[in-house]
Design a protein around this ligand. Structure first.
Ligand SMILES: [Zn+2]
Length: 351
């Protein structure tokens, strides 16, 4: 598929993260003409799963998984290029140092169990700190991971019933093109104003097909006891990732603020440390509003990260609640991608 097609898909599809992250490298080259490179000081990487396994069948979430070997390569590449890996909460001080060393930050969203079993040993090998963003509803098993539910449906069913709000309809998903179309349509429907009810309808559809959406969460995500143990690791920081993992921009002021504040309360209750960092669910432009940036500050966070691609320049602290990140994408697990970032641009040129 050409880049035009990819961009089209990225706009409105379940592949939003895969495609946008895949294009980040190329986009950054265009975004950062040579003369601007010296203004860039660091980068925050986003990961989700770190685990073994190859993509097979229909894998709409493959972009969310990298292997431990690739994580090792990414860390090594960043270090070889002369960057210091620092904790997320330390970037404010670093950016305020006029001649501070270039830095890289590693973050992992959603609190997957493999962050402890597979990622931690790699980070430990390099004594590299990292932040895991935990969502209360996932850790407590009160909310489901809809994109995994969709993948389970599409990998096991030729068709299933779903109600988009105008009555049940049969979604055919036998062929790859049908699966892709259904996956994209569901994503467009779910990430919006009616996320709760859209996910509830998906859960009903899945249960009718013998799929247990909460069981998927229970398999993949750390529970409270595990999160509490994990947080005691010296290299680990736990950040907040809201309670229900809904797109905040679509929620009213009170609900959005409650999502943020209560998720910080929760992380503090489980780990004993109040988080000073927040990752917005989804994190892309339409999922996070200026209102949410303001609320993040009012809720006491020091920094908040999006998934909007970019690196951190000397002016990054002008919007500490809208920090960009670069996805380490499971579909692009090549050292050269990390090297492209860590090499010539943009933070390699810090004066
Ligand atoms: Zn998330």
């Amino acid at each position: 598929m050409n880049s035009k097609g990819l961009k089209y898909l990225a706009k409105d599809s379940a592949k939003w993260l895969a495609i946008s992250a895949g294009l980040e490298f190329a986009n950054m080259l265009r975004m950062l003409p040579y003369g601007q490179k010296s203004r860039h000081r660091g980068v925050i990487f986003t990961l989700h799963h770190v685990r073994e396994g190859r993509v097979c069948g229909f894998s709409p979430n493959a972009h969310l998984s990298v292997t431990p070997d690739f994580l090792d390569t990414a860390i090594k590449t960043v270090l070889d290029e002369g960057y210091e890996i620092i904790p997320l909460h330390a970037i404010k001080a670093r950016l305020q140092e006029p001649d501070g060393k270039s830095f890289a930050v590693f973050t992992l969203d959603d609190g997957y169990r493999n962050n402890a079993s597979d990622a931690l040993p790699v980070f430990t090998r390099y004594q590299a700190p990292f932040t895991v963003f935990a969502a209360r509803g996932l850790t407590r098993r009160t909310n489901t991971i809809w994109w995994e539910t969709v993948a389970a449906l599409l990998n096991t069913q030729d068709a299933f019933e779903y109600d988009f709000g105008s009555g049940p309809e049969t979604l055919h998903c036998r062929s790859l093109s049908e699966k892709t179309a259904v996956s994209e349509r569901l994503a467009r429907h779910i990430i919006g104003r009616h996320e709760n009810s859209a996910i509830a309808a998906l859960n009903i559809a899945a249960e009718k097909c013998g799929i247990d959406p909460l069981g998927i969460v229970d398999t993949l995500v750390m529970d409270e006891a595990e999160l509490s143990d994990f947080a005691r690791q010296p290299l680990v920081s736990i950040g907040a990732h809201t309670c229900s993992h809904r797109a905040l921009a679509f929620l009213d002021d009170t609900t959005a603020a409650t999502e943020m504040r209560e998720s910080a309360d929760y992380v503090e209750a489980v780990t004993g440390i109040r988080p000073c960092t927040l990752a917005y669910p989804y994190g892309f432009r339409t999922a996070v509003s200026g209102r949410d940036e303001r609320l993040a500050g009012e809720c006491g966070f020091k920094l908040a990260v999006t998934t909007q691609p970019g690196t951190l320049g000397t002016n990054a602290l002008s919007r500490p609640y809208a920090l960009p990140r670069i996805s380490l994408n499971g579909l692009y697990q090549k050292a050269r991608y990390v090297r492209a970032l860590a090499g010539g641009l943009p933070f390699g040129m810090t004066g």
